[in-house]
Design a protein around this ligand. Structure first.
Ligand code: SF4
Length: 103
């Protein structure tokens, strides 16, 4: 595996570079996706977001009961492992479909 090359910033640009890095870090910290795993970030990257909704209210969220209760997104890759589990509280992506009352 190759290592990423270190970035060399000319001294004259260092204050600007540090300011840009701080802005980027602040924007990421404010994101509703901050700290969440790549699988939900990828859904938002590909499909956008649905404001004010969470996966818990989405018809695509499937419930699996196998010695516990697990949630999987029917629009995302699924395995039997925890690496594809979704959480009800995660911010909904653009594929959100309101769950019917009988579901
Ligand atoms: S909102 Fe629905 S489609 Fe989007 S990630 Fe959540 S469960 Fe999947």
């Amino acid at each position: 595996m190759s290592k990423a090359k270190p970035v060399t910033v000319p001294a004259a640009y260092l204050p600007w570079f540090e300011e840009q890095m701080a802005k980027q870090a602040a924007a990421q910290a404010l994101s509703p996706l901050a700290g969440l795993p790549d699988r939900i970030k990828d859904m938002h990257r590909c499909h956008g977001a649905t404001e004010g909704k969470t996966c818990g209210g989405c018809a695509h969220l499937l419930t699996k009961r196998m010695g516990g209760t697990y949630f999987k997104c029917g629009q995302s890759r699924m395995t039997d492992g925890p690496g594809t589990d979704f959480r009800k509280k995660w911010p909904a992506c653009g594929l959100f479909v309101e769950r019917g009352e009988d579901e």
